[in-house]
Design a binder for this molecule. Structure first.
Ligand code: HEC
Length: 173
């Protein structure tokens, strides 16, 4: 009987140790990351790996690979579901005129998934880059049926093209 209790106590102690151990290690990772990059990307709790990956994206370097004409070409993949022109209509996906830097899921006459409506961020370069790389894992549960653009150059070019098709194109960072 005493032996059983000892086993249980040992197990609990182990769990506690492992728990704090992980906390300590991820603290260290966050500390070093924060020293390297000037901004901090918010991530849902528990996604240590994702946060480290996000903050290490050098968005200026990625954007430097892009060019608008190539982006126009890449956008053909998107135009099956999206319009880009000013005054364009919603299609399978929402209209994308002026999408850069507007709040996520902000077209009032388009019916977004709950995942996108609840996301509550803006389409910054970093958010768009992460989303277009792999839409299904960047915003879990969204309904954009598109695998993503694996090549940095393709994402950069299409982001420049989106930025160009905007009421107020932004300077590149
Ligand atoms: C098969 C159709 C389809 C394709 C192809 C597609 N999308 Fe989408 N897209 C959608 C749908 C549907 C949504 C709405 C998702 C939701 O509500 O969860 C969406 C949402 C978006 C949004 C969010 C818009 C907002 O108002 O917040 C962006 C940005 C976007 N798509 C960009 C692109 C780009 C760029 C491409 C091409 C590289 C692309 N999409 C290809 C269907 C598509």
């Amino acid at each position: 009987m005493g032996y059983e209790i000892q086993k249980i106590l040992t197990a609990i102690l182990l769990v506690v140790l492992v728990f704090f151990g992980i906390g300590f290690i991820s603290d260290q990772i966050f500390k070093t990351e924060e020293n390297i990059v000037a901004y901090k990307v918010e991530a849902p709790e528990g996604s240590v790996v994702k946060t480290v990956a996000d903050t290490s994206v050098d968005i200026s370097a990625i954007l430097a690979l892009g060019d608008v004409d190539h982006g126009k070409n890449v956008f053909k993949k998107c135009s099956a579901c999206h319009s880009i022109k000013e005054g364009g209509k919603n299609n399978i996906g929402p209209k994308l005129w002026s999408v850069m830097f507007r709040p996520v899921a902000s077209i009032s006459d388009y019916k977004y998934s709950k995942a996108l409506s609840d996301y509550k961020k803006d389409w910054t370069w970093e958010e768009m880059n992460g989303f277009l790389l792999k839409p299904s894992s960047w915003i879990k549960g969204n309904k954009m049926g598109f695998a993503g653009l694996k090549k940095d150059k393709d994402r950069a070019s299409v982001m420049l093209y989106l930025n160009e098709n905007s009421a107020q194109p932004k300077e590149l960072p």
